[in-house]
Design a binder for this molecule. Structure first.
Ligand code: ASP
Length: 437
């Protein structure tokens, strides 16, 4: 019976998403969302906004303690510094490689289709430029001057650094630290249970998040920018379904169909929150309890990937660069394209996976290749929807790399991967002991 219930969660989340889209679309197209109207005040900016934000906050609440405890126990579980180094370097290389392929595909397709050529659109929206932080700063900032501040601010790379160091030190202390290892493992289990509790509210929360986003979509602008939107979504889907799945098959031999089937929940969460970071708890649960990746690998690769690996965001930067260059009639040469690839990959390392960060990275890329940063104002109005799609691609890339590295390191449970029922959400596991006595 619990299996039915658990199947129901995915079905219910998908249903929440579908009904949310319909309700949001009806409000949007029916013109019911004008500022000050009853629907806007009480429903869209009221109920939908509040429930959606509460849900995103409850996911964010889990991220820091979950990453900390799971990574410390992961390092203790690996117990071998050399293997830890291999997991780190393999995942880094794969993350950079897939991001570079993503943006190269985007530049190629956008170059051929040429969205924005001969287009004449104007915008009042403005966008302030940002300079890319120098590589030296990115490196320096990996080491937290104050670990408590790092935890409080959710600085993912710093938290990863600190957690690894604690894990390594625990290993070095040896037997005396055994109770600590035990404690951290138990805390990890408790946090995972909290993920289940939060996930059980997902169908309603996803409904609210999607209805809120769709009700606020600028439909007119979407029509005007259709070329840009279609090319971008096309390349995103291609990367997810072709490039990433071929990478998974070639490097790990795993079935792409099973992978996609089990990733559905994660993708919906990423889509509705537009944040790889906030999705970490769900991604971590899915890769360890549904896909078969050992915690010692996943606890590192997932938070690391949420921060440095953004294939979908890189694709947006490629398509947006070509689109804006076309609109402004600026010719980009081969070396400009190489700069875009290099900058986009670099910018992804130092920026966190949170909503809208892609546009900030884009302004760094534009400053570097000399494109007008105000051009970003043109695509601002449709970015939320595209952010949702690209975040779903980002988290899929993190999970693909996680599977590949775990398989290569012998930390992968193939039986769990093959079993469609493994790790399904079980509602009866959320009952309090002693209930009904
Ligand atoms: N929202 C994306 C993420 O969290 C980043 C972006 O493309 O803006 O992965």
């Amino acid at each position: 019976m619990s299996t039915n219930l658990s199947k129901n969660l995915t079905a219910k989340v998908l249903m929440g998403m579908a009904i949310g889209s319909i309700v949001g679309l009806a409000i949007n197209l029916g013109g019911l969302n004008s500022a000050g109207s009853f629907i806007n005040t009480w429903l869209v900016s009221g109920l939908f906004h509040v429930v959606g934000k509460m849900f995103v906050n409850s996911l964010k609440m889990l991220v820091v303690p979950l990453v900390l405890f799971s990574l410390i126990s992961g390092v203790c579980g690996i117990g071998n510094l050399r293997q830890l180094g291999r997991v780190g370097s393999k995942s880094f290389v794969l993350y950079m490689m897939t991001t570079a392929i993503a943006i190269a595909t985007a530049l190629l397709v956008a170059g051929v289709v040429a969205p924005g050529k001969g287009m004449n659109i104007e915008t009042n929206a403005t966008f302030a430029s940002r300079e890319a932080p120098p590589l030296t700063d990115v490196l320096i900032n990996i080491v937290p001057g104050n670990p408590i501040a790092a935890l409080a601010n959710g600085e993912m790379l710093q938290i990863i650094f600190f957690a690894i160091l604690i894990g390594v030190s625990i290993l070095m202390v040896g037997k005396k630290a055994d109770p600590l290892v035990d404690g951290v493992e138990r805390m990890n289990e408790v946090m995972m249970k909290m993920v289940d509790i939060v996930m059980s509210t997902a169908p309603y929360a996803v409904f609210c998040l999607i209805a809120h986003s769709v009700a606020n979509l600028g439909m007119g602008l979407l029509g005007q920018l259709l070329g840009y939107v279609l090319v971008l979504v096309g390349v995103l889907l291609f990367h997810l379904l072709v490039t990433l799945m071929i990478t998974l098959k070639v490097f790990s031999g795993l079935s792409p169909l099973m992978f996609l089937r089990k990733m559905r929940n994660v993708q919906v969460f990423a889509f509705s929150t537009a944040s790889s970071n906030a999705t970490i708890p769900v991604t971590l649960r899915t890769v360890t309890e549904r896909l078969g990746v050992g915690n010692s690998v996943a606890s590192f690769t997932i938070p690391f990937g949420a921060t440095i690996n953004m294939d979908g965001t890189a694709i947006m930067q490629g398509v947006a660069t070509v689109f804006i260059a076309n609109v402004y009639n600026i010719d980009l040469g081969f070396s400009d394209f190489l700069t875009v690839i290099f900058m986009a990959v670099l910018a992804s390392i130092g920026t966190a996976g949170v909503p809208g960060v892609g546009l900030i990275m884009l302004s760094m890329v534009f400053t570097q290749v000399g494109l007008p940063v105000e051009g970003i104002g043109l695509i601002l109005g449709v970015d939320r929807l595209l952010d949702m799609v690209r975040t779903a691609v980002n988290v899929s890339g993190d999970s693909v790399v996680s599977c590949i590295v775990a398989k290569a390191e012998g930390k992968f449970d193939s039986d769990m991967f093959r079993n469609p029922q493994a790790g399904l959400f079980k509602k009866d596991e959320l009952e309090m002991p002693g209930k009904g006595q």
